[in-house]
Design a protein around this ligand. Structure first.
Ligand code: PMP
Length: 391
């Protein structure tokens, strides 16, 4: 075989593989595992939404759409976002339909970052954030959130991380993996920092429909913030539509225009079938979302109580479908805990370190799993923790 130079770009070589996916590979090759691992609803997409996708196919809706997405979908998004988040975006030029929030996040970063621009974000956080910033040639600057603050981020911590090179602040509330949420007052304190340092905010509110305590407040709805905020949202969590790969970004015209250019040349448009299904979700999906939220609430209450009872201190996630208990008292690292639990008791959870260095000492347990499975998982975890604590 002839030898050749390393073709992979340095900045790609430098980013790790997702800790979640690595774990998922082990889970799939171990029979009988109960997975609290991957952050995915266990519900199938509601039937009326699936039917809308089938009907789109039946009508021969198999073409490209406008780069921005179907106008009808953008109109539905505009109405929904105005009603739910109290911000109004013009369907003509302030809304871009994307291939999930994943693409929206990537487009936003690629559209706004110059090489070396710093992006401040809060950790523990979704595994994509830091790599997405690096892939867009930015510099990720994490700020630590703590369980004693309910995993909210403080304005003081953000301000301490800001430098003259900071351009973007990324927020995700309710948070993956901690379920942390923010009050209006806490968000307003952050808005003051954003104004003082002239920052752009990317707010990923994908879990907003899964808020169990208090009202969800969108950062974009705060006075003066819509003009410096890109609002990211999608259908994966609220409507159990992960496989449809559909989401959207809303924001100021020049920023959506810049994102649209990147999207136009890299993705062209989101799938028309998914877009048709998304219209149905927004128009007739509210009851299904409410039912799923209620199920998640019951499961959350059960899982958090069980974790605390079995000796893993766990704060109450106010949103999302994740519990993030501390495993420090077992004396194990997060990775050894998760690997041991998987091998000995066949329960999969994700080591907290996958979500940033400050996630070490925790594991993420996704409770988007059927109640009877959660009961078995908690029994198995109790056995494992009992053994680990006895040493
Ligand atoms: N943001 C967060 C915080 C997430 O947890 C996820 C999915 N786990 C995404 C974005 C990606 O969502 P989508 O399926 O819309 O790409």
């Amino acid at each position: 075989m002839s030898s050749h130079r390393n073709f992979v770009a340095d900045h790609v070589t430098g980013i790790p593989r997702s800790g979640i996916r690595d774990f998922f590979d082990i889970v799939q090759s171990t029979p009988g595992v109960i997975s609290l691992g991957v952050g995915e609803p266990d519900f199938v997409t509601p039937w009326n939404i699936r039917e809308a996708a089938i009907y789109a196919l039946e009508r021969g809706r198999t073409q490209y759409t406008s780069n921005l997405g179907l106008l009808k979908l953008r109109e539905s998004i505009s109405t929904y976002v105005a009603a739910k988040f109290a911000v109004r975006y013009d369907p003509k030029n302030q809304i871009l339909v994307t291939v999930g929030v994943s693409e929206a996040l990537d487009l936003a970063l690629r559209a706004v970052l110059n090489p070396g621009d710093e992006v401040v974000y809060h950790e523990p956080c979704y595994v994509s954030y830091s790599p997405s910033v690096v892939l867009a040639h930015g510099r990720p600057v994490p700020v630590v959130c703590r369980p004693e603050d309910g995993f909210a981020v403080t304005a003081r911590a953000i301000e301490a991380a800001v430098t003259p090179r900071t351009k973007v602040l990324m927020l995700n509330f309710p948070t993956n993996p901690t379920g942390g949420t923010m009050t209006r007052v806490q968000l307003e304190e952050i808005a003051a920092v954003v104004r003082r340092h002239d920052l752009l905010v990317l707010t990923d509110e994908i879990y907003s429909e899964l808020t169990f305590e208090g009202d969800h407040v969108s950062f974009a709805s705060l006075p003066g913030m819509a003009e410096r905020t890109i609002f990211l949202h999608g259908f994966s969590k609220a409507y159990a539509m992960t496989g449809f790969r559909i989401g959207y970004a809303c924001g100021p015209v020049p920023l959506i225009e810049a994102m649209m250019k990147v999207h136009q040349y890299s993705m062209l448009c989101a799938s028309i079938i998914a877009q048709e299904a998304a219209i149905e979700a927004l128009e007739n999906g509210a009851d299904s979302t409410a039912e799923m939220r209620e199920q998640y609430r019951l499961r959350r209450n059960y899982v958090v109580k069980s974790l605390n009872d079995l000796g893993l201190s766990c704060h109450l996630p106010r949103g999302s479908f994740y519990a993030f208990p501390s495993i420090r008292d077992t004396g194990l690292t997060s990775r050894d805990f998760a690997l041991g639990l998987l091998r000995e008791e066949k329960v999969a959870c994700v080591p907290g370190g996958a979500f940033g260095a400050c996630g070490e000492g925790f594991v993420r347990c996704c409770f988007a799993t059927a109640f009877d499975q959660l009961e078995i998982a908690m029994d198995r975890m109790a056995k494992f923790v009992g053994r680990a604590k006895r040493g």
